[in-house]
Structure formats: C-alpha cells, structure tokens
Design a binder for this molecule. Structure first.
Ligand code: SF4
Length: 182
C-alpha cells in the first residue's frame, strides 16, 4: 500500500483502542499502533498497559510499537503544571507530548496519516484533542484523521469488547497526579 495511506494510531490504552482498531481496519486504513506510556506511573502499571496494547494489536492482526519508557522526561516536561486539576493545562500538554511522539514515529516509519484513541473517553474533550492532533500533524507534515470515537455508543462498545477479550482495564488516567482521582 502507498505509504501515504498508512496510518499510525496513537493508543492511550488497550480498552480504548478496541473500537478504533476495528473501525479503522473496516474503513480500509493500513493501521499500526503506537503506545507512548511515559505519563504512566508507576513502572509496573506501564508494563501492564503496554502488554495489553500489544496483546490487543496482536489479536487484531496489526503491529504495535511501544515507546521507550521515560517517566523522568515526562515529569520534567509537565512539572510546571503539577498542581493542575485533571482536565486542565497539564492534560493538554500531556496529549500534545503523546501525539508528538506518535507523529515522530509516523515520520520515521514513512506513514502519512495520524489519529488517536483518546477521543473515545467520556472524560476528555474530543474537540480539544482533535485540535491538538491537527496542529501536531501539520507541524510534522502528516494528515490528521479526525475522529470522535465515543459517538454511536463507542465507549460502551469498547467496554464490552475489552471485557470479551479479557483486556487489563485501569481505574485511573495514568500519571502520578491522577492516582488521587481513581
Ligand atoms: S491525568 Fe491523564 S491526561 Fe492528564 S496529565 Fe495525567 S496522564 Fe496525562
């Protein structure tokens, strides 16, 4: 397939990726998963989520690239927003860091398209995520595939599918700050 039609799917976690992977494959995209994870605390939680993302991708027959875990870098980059509430400025920066890492991977692997699983969450604003995705994609010369996965019962479908597959499901967003909201 033409490299420009290859799509990198940024995966925030395996349960959230169930519906996007199925739908993108059905839409004919040549899809590869990318798991970032340096926002996740502690390290053994990262391992569980990364393993679940790889397992999901294997089940669906697509590749999954797991980025090197570097929580110190993520902590340095977001330190100024440590006291922000969940959904505030730290989260916007966190989305951008994740999508930039996925965009760098897309460029390195000669894919032309980028999207994310983040818009399946009922706790996150999909329009803000798509705006960040558009900005990051244009910086990296990629095309952003704008999706709101939570539409049409997307979140409910993802919960059912991840239960069916026995995927690990976390009870907090990921970073050390979000543990207090679990
Ligand atoms: S709460 Fe979630 S989105 Fe916000 S900074 Fe933490 S890991 Fe990132």
């Amino acid at each position: 397939m033409d490299d420009k039609k290859r799509l990198i799917l940024h995966i925030c976690c395996a349960p959230d990726a169930t519906v996007p992977v199925d739908d993108l494959l059905e839409e004919g995209y040549s899809t590869e998963g990318f798991f970032y994870g340096s926002n996740i605390h502690p390290g053994d939680e990262f391992e569980k989520r990364a393993a679940a993302a790889v397992c999901l991708c294997q089940t669906k027959g697509i590749e999954c690239n797991v980025m090197h875990y570097d929580p110190e870098k993520w902590n340095r980059e977001t330190k100024a927003f440590a006291t922000e509430p969940e959904g505030g400025k730290r989260c916007l920066l966190c989305f951008e860091l994740q999508l930039k890492a996925a965009a760098e991977y897309a460029v390195r692997s000669c894919a032309g398209l980028l999207t994310t699983t983040l818009t399946i969450s009922p706790h996150k604003d999909p329009s803000v995520i798509n705006e960040i995705g558009e900005k990051v994609s244009s910086e990296y010369g990629l095309i952003w595939i704008s999706k709101i996965w939570r539409k049409n019962n997307g979140f409910k479908r993802s919960v059912n599918e991840s239960k069916k597959l026995g995927l690990y499901r976390q009870d907090y967003c990921g970073c050390i700050y979000s543990i207090r909201n679990r």
